[in-house]
Every structure is written in structure tokens, then in C-alpha cells.
Design a binder for this molecule. Sequence first.
Ligand SMILES: N[C@@H](CCC(=O)N[C@@H](CS)C(=O)NCC(=O)O)C(=O)O
Length: 218
Amino acid sequence: MRLYSYFRSSAAYRVRIALALKKVDAEILPVHLLKGGGEQLGPVYRKLNPQALVPTLETEAGALTQSLAIIEYLEETHPEPPLLPREPFQRARVRAFALAIACDIHPLNNLRVLNRLRTDFDADQKAIEGWYCHWIQQGLGALELMVSDRAAAKGVCFEGPPGLADICLVPQMANARRYACDLSAMPKLLAVDTALRRRPEFRVAAPEAQGDYEPPAR
Ligand SMILES: N[C@@H](CCC(=O)N[C@@H](CS)C(=O)NCC(=O)O)C(=O)O
């Protein structure tokens, strides 16, 4: 399998964590989202991913897009360890947490959205940072209420082994740190994120562990 990824892409980061938890090997092929206006926008990559977004997982059966669909595919093809609880109500709660990040928080802060705010709505860097942190704080503030004290003390979003909610949380927290968003109102999420990032499967998937990593410009 081949994963088209970008070190800083939080959607690709989700898939990298899932691959590590499942112990599935995949060759990582970097797609630079900024170089030359963005390699994701070129015709070759668009054939694989018509949305021109990372990640894409190339499998023997063909290319798969959308990080959550890719993770569900990995879950179905490699059931152990499970990323979702077996009980339907608990499964739905974990999915709700993950979807809140993947569908409601992350898309508002995606590169193409920020670019359009700059080019078509005259947003300067301060305005972009305000926009970015607004949606993160509103979104993660709600998710803080979904994590029990017991789960947080165990270093996971929901009790049991790390799963889909944790896979979505850690990359979104990395985005928040990148823009220095104030997360002091989310002590449980901060504790869970810190605990998860110590685990080897999360460490190998981290942006700074990637071959295409670039340290932040100062
Ligand atoms: N819902 C998609 C989101 C994918 C996505 O937005 N990827 C970002 C990086 S995190 C991207 O490729 N952005 C490129 C752009 O905005 O041009 C998924 O979960 O895979």
C-alpha cells in the first residue's frame, strides 16, 4: 500500500496513526501542499484524488480518498486491534466525536479555505489566526464535555484502547498548537493528547517523524 501524505496534513496524520495502530506497512509518498502552488493540484495527483486533497491510500484494488473512509477500510480489512467499541451505542459516540473534528472543525481551517479568506476577503494574518482559533476553540470546547474524567485519567477519549476518537484528536490538537490557540479551557483534551503522543504508534505518525518534515520557519 502507498499513502500519499504531507507531514503537516492532519487528515493524513489520522491515517498514519491508524496504520501504526494496525501495524500495517505503507510506503509514504509526500505531496507538498505549498511547493509550486501545491502538488495536490497537479493533473497526476488529481487522477488519484479528484478532490485534490491528501491523504490518498493506494491499495491493490485502487485509490481510496477521505481519511475516515480509509480508516474504516483499514478497520474492516485488519480488524485487530479494533478502533471502534463493539457495542453500537458506544460506537456511535466515538464516531460522533471523530466526525465533529473531521466534518465540523477541520474543514473550516483547511488550507484552501484560509487561502480564499486571504485572496477574496482581504483577511490578514491576524484575522486568519482569529478565524482558525475561533473554530478550534468552539469545536474542541464541545468535545471536552464528551470526555469523562475516568477516560481522561486513562489517557484516552473513551475507555478502552486508543481508537478513532483519539486518532482524530491528536492531529487536531497539533493544528491548534501550530496556531497557538488557547486551549486552557480543555484540560481533559490536553491531558489525553499528551498521554497519546507518548505512545509509539502516535510518535511514528507525528509530523516531525516524517521524511518530508520541515521545521517551522522563524
Ligand atoms: N475530509 C478530508 C479532508 C482532506 C484535507 O482537507 N486535506 C488537506 C490537508 S489536512 C489538504 O489536502 N489541503 C489541500 C488544500 O486545501 O489545497 C479527509 O478527511 O481526508
